[in-house]
Write a protein that binds this ligand. Structure first.
Ligand code: ADP
Ligand code: MG
Ligand code: MG
Length: 255
C-alpha cells in the first residue's frame, strides 16, 4: 500500500522567491524505511517543512498525496491527525505546556479523527509510561514544559517519544541523529526499530550514515539541489560515507 507519493515537487520561499525544491519525487509504501541523504543546503529540511504545511514555502508545481489524498490541501494539524508525523531538525519549545498534556492532547486528537477511543488522564498516564520505556526516558520529562531547557539529545529522544505515543502511519524524521552521543543514538534507533512495522513507514533524513548502522533502510536516496539524483539500497549509504557526494554528481554528468 502506498502511503506517501510525492511527484515532481517544486517549491520556493514564499516571500522572497528562491527555488528550493526542483522536481522532487518519492514514493513510500507501508512497511518501508527510506533514508534521504545529501549535502547541506540541498533542501532536505525544506522538504519536511513543506510536507508539514509550513507557511514559509509555496509549492509551485507537483503533487503530494498521502494514502491517495491530496496532502497539500490539508491544514498542518489535519495532516498530523491523518497520521503523518514530522520531527524537525530543531524541535520547538512550548513553554507552559507540560510534555504529558501536550502528548495526551495530540494523542486524543488523532484518536478522535480515526474513530478510536480517547484516553482519560489516568489511562493516558499508564500508556505514556509504557511508551517511555521504548525511548529509555526518565518519567520526570513528562512534567516539564515541552522541550524547554532540554539538551539537544533530550529533545531528540522526546521526538521519538512523541512518535512512540502517536504511532503514526508515516514518520519523517529530520536529522534525529545529529548531535547524539552513541548511547542516545542507539536508543533513538531502537525506538525507531520498535515502532516500525508492516503497516507504517519511516523516512529518515540524515547527513551521516552512522544512524543507518542501527536502523536498516530499504532504500537510500541522495538529494542534491532540490531533487533526488540517485537511489539505491543500504550499500549506497556506505559508498557515500566513503566517497562523499561529489561522485554522485560526476556519475550523473557522465551518464
Ligand atoms: P538541508 O536541510 O538539506 O541542509 P535546507 O532545506 O535547510 O537544506 O535549505 C535548503 C536551501 O534553502 C538553503 O540554501 C537554505 O538557505 C534555503 N532556505 C531554506 N529556507 C529558507 C527561507 N525561509 N528563506 C531563504 N532561504 C531558505
Ligand atoms: Mg520493513
Ligand atoms: Mg536540514
Amino acid at each position: 500500500m502506498t502511503l506517501l507519493k510525492i511527484e515532481n515537487l517544486h517549491a520556493k520561499v514564499a516571500e522572497t522567491g528562491p527555488k528550493i525544491l526542483k522536481g522532487f519525487s518519492l514514493t513510500v509504501n507501508a512497511g518501508e524505511v527510506h533514508a534521504i541523504m545529501g549535502p547541506n543546503g540541498s533542501g532536505k529540511s525544506t522538504l519536511t517543512k513543506i510536507v508539514a504545511g509550513h507557511p514559509a514555502y509555496e509549492v509551485t508545481d507537483g503533487t503530494v498525496e498521502f494514502e491517495g489524498n491530496d496532502l497539500l490541501e490539508l491544514e498542518a494539524d489535519e495532516r498530523a491527525r491523518a497520521g503523518v508525523f514530522l520531527a524537525f531538525q530543531y524541535p520547538i519549545e512550548v513553554p507552559g505546556v507540560s510534555n504529558s498534556s501536550f502528548l495526551r492532547e495530540s494523542y486524543n486528537a488523532i484518536c478522535k479523527e480515526q474513530g478510536k477511543e480517547e484516553l482519560d488522564p489516568l489511562e493516558f498516564d499508564d500508556y505514556v509510561r509504557e511508551r517511555l520505556k521504548t525511548v529509555d526516558m526518565d518519567p520526570k520529562f513528562l512534567d516539564r514544559s515541552v522541550n524547554v531547557g532540554f539538551s539537544g539529545g533530550e529533545k531528540k529522544r522526546n521526538e521519538i517519544l512523541q512518535m512512540a505515543v502517536l504511532n503514526p502511519k508515516l514518520a519523517l524524521l529530520d536529522e534525529t541523529d545529529s548531535g547524539l552521543d552513541i548511547d542516545a543514538l542507539r536508543t533513538v534507533a531502537a525506538g525507531i526499530n520498535t515502532l516500525q512495522n508492516e503497516g507504517n513507514a519511516v523516512v529518515l533524513i540524515t547527513h551521516y550514515q552512522r544512524l543507518l548502522n542501527y536502523v536498516e533502510p530499504d532504500f537510500v536516496h541522495v538529494m542534491v539541489d532540490g531533487k533526488i539524483v540517485k537511489s539505491g539500497g543500504r550499500e549506497l549509504a556506505l559508498e557515500l560515507e566513503e566517497r562523499g557526494y561529489e561522485w554522485v554528481l560526476d556519475d550523473k554528468g557522465a551518464a
